[in-house]
Ligand binder design. Structure first.
Ligand code: NAP
Ligand code: MG
Length: 402
């Protein structure tokens, strides 16, 4: 066998949970370590270890990402009440992705992996739709109170000079709920810049939408900042590139997206991006065919799959039953990170390997060998449905033959 590809700077490797943790190891064993002298700084973000370290490991992995510049992350469990008992947790730890995004700031770009034989459910979608999700604040950094009974809820801002601004939220006559959320002009500005730059570098139109007619200060701030950044910094370049920036209301955007042919970037606030990316990726084929990269204003990259830990499949796996879990997005998280590491470190062979592994992955599917989720929706005839492990092994065969 040829000599293994060398790396110079470690990748920050964030391991995760359940079925994706199983895939993670298979991908490394079958598709990476046989070819690359893999250099990673390993952080175990599996829920057990997060619990043991009081979630410090998540913070440390984000700090390491800042230091080295590129990370690859496996899907992780965001604990809820059921997970508290299942894993006997000390606390309901926050979403690791939320914690990492809060530390790195930045914007998440999600694009479908387009492959022959998997046509979008939306007939008129001809090109990929890239979702740009703001990765800071709003409901992901919220403060909530369960109101036990009658009383007054107020929003209070205390300036550094001690002066207060107050707004009545609600005069409760019975029990209820309240929530405080925030964002910063700094983060919104870098979100806007990330979107405009990404649109320019990929030569695609940029759409942005919020609910500014209802949220006259909060959402309106997003709209104003985008407009200002656009006019000051990007309008001329957009005209030269022949692309457009388009703002509309979120409900209008949703309606237009369904009628569009694709080939644009849709910028969304944090929650809209969370929800819409799942819809767009599912409509493009499968949640397992969606890539995700967090780009921070400091130029730091974190690659991952857009889907979760595929819990249902993991429980089958634990019972010894066969699973057919799609590893494509997780493979592309690795190739994205390795390619970026190769570009930053000037390692042409590492970049070329990333390209080759992606090609082998897509060719395997186009040759009719795929996991069940794709087999159910493919337009190809005579497909072979493979289990989780054999799909990865088949990619290795394709890779060896390329
Ligand atoms: P999920 O893991 O994305 O899975 C939802 C369903 O989508 C699966 O049950 C499966 O459908 C299908 N699916 C998703 N990925 C697939 C793949 N690679 N191959 C084949 N089918 C796939 O979402 P979830 O079940 O709502 O969440 C499970 C856990 O993941 C939760 O604890 C959640 O907190 C976490 N999560 C983590 C991240 C992240 O780390 N980025 C993101 C989302 C969710 P069928 O069962 O019908 O086959
Ligand atoms: Mg989501």
């Amino acid at each position: 066998m040829a000599e293994k590809i060398k790396m110079t700077t470690p990748l920050v490797e964030m391991d995760g949970d359940e079925m994706t943790r199983i895939l993670w190891k298979m991908i490394k064993d079958e598709l990476l370590t046989p070819y690359i002298d893999l250099k990673t700084e390993y952080y175990d973000l599996g829920l057990e270890h997060r619990n043991e370290t009081d979630d410090r490991v998540t913070v440390e992995s984000a700090e390491a990402t800042k230091k080295y510049g590129v990370a690859v992350k496996c899907a992780t469990i965001t604990p809820n009440a059921a997970r508290m008992t299942e894993y006997n947790l000390k606390e309901m730890w926050k979403s690791p992705n939320g914690t990492i995004r809060a530390i790195l700031d930045g914007t998440v770009f999600r694009a479908p992996i387009v492959v022959k034989g998997i046509e979008p459910c939306v007939r008129n979608w001809k090109k990929p739709i890239t979702l740009a999700r703001h990765a800071y604040g709003d409901v992901y950094k919220n403060t909530e109170i369960k109101v036990p009974g009658p009383g007054k809820a107020e929003l209070v801002f205390t300036a550094e000079d001690g002066s207060e601004t107050r707004e009545l939220i609600h005069q409760f006559t019975g029990s209820g709920i309240i929530q405080g959320i925030h964002n910063t002009d700094k983060s919104i500005t870098s979100f806007a810049r990330a979107c405009f730059s990404y649109a320019l570098s990929t030569k695609q139109d940029l759409w942005f939408a919020t609910k500014d007619t209802i949220s006259k200060k909060y959402d309106h701030d997003f709209k104003d900042i985008f407009q200002e950044v656009y006019e000051k910094e990007y309008e001329t370049q957009f005209k030269e590139a022949g692309i457009t920036y388009f703002y509309t209301l979120i409900d209008d955007a949703v309606a237009r997206v369904m009628k569009a042919e694709g080939g644009f970037i849709w910028a969304c606030k944090n929650y809209d991006g969370d929800v819409m990316s799942d819809m767009v990726s599912s409509a493009f084929g499968s949640l397992a065919m969606m890539t995700s990269v967090l780009v921070s204003p400091a130029g730091v990259y974190e690659y991952e799959a857009a889907h979760g830990t595929v819990q249902r499949h993991y429980y089958k796996h634990l019972k010894g039953e066969e699973t057919s879990t799609n590893s494509v997005a997780t493979i592309f998280a690795w190739t994205g990170a390795l390619r970026k590491r190769g570009e930053l470190d000037g390692l042409a062979d590492l970049t070329a390997f990333a390209d080759k592994l992606e090609k082998a992955t897509l060719k395997t599917i186009e040759d009719g060998k795929m996991t069940k989720d794709l087999a159910l929706i493919t337009s190809l005839q005579n497909v072979t449905v493979l289990n989780s492990e054999n799909f990865i092994k088949e990619i290795r065969k394709t890779l060896e033959a390329l």
